[in-house]
Design a protein around this ligand. Structure first.
Ligand SMILES: [Zn+2]
Length: 60
């Protein structure tokens, strides 16, 4: 895995995995600033699209 587990998935700011909020939909950390924001919603839909494409490669 990359460092998705230690940065806010919306703004890319480093977060402490043991002390961060998680977006339960994606199971990714989100910082206090982005939590519940429009940017968060946008990032979710963008990530969903990206993941759907990523699944095709089957490199898990
Ligand atoms: Zn953030």
């Amino acid at each position: 895995m990359n460092d998705f587990s230690s940065v806010c998935f919306v703004c890319g700011h480093p977060v402490d995995p043991s002390d961060s909020l998680k977006n339960e939909e994606l199971n990714l950390p989100v910082c206090m600033e982005c939590r519940g924001s429009e940017r968060e919603k946008q990032a979710i839909s963008e990530l969903r699209d990206g993941m759907a494409e990523g699944f095709v490669c089957g490199c898990i």
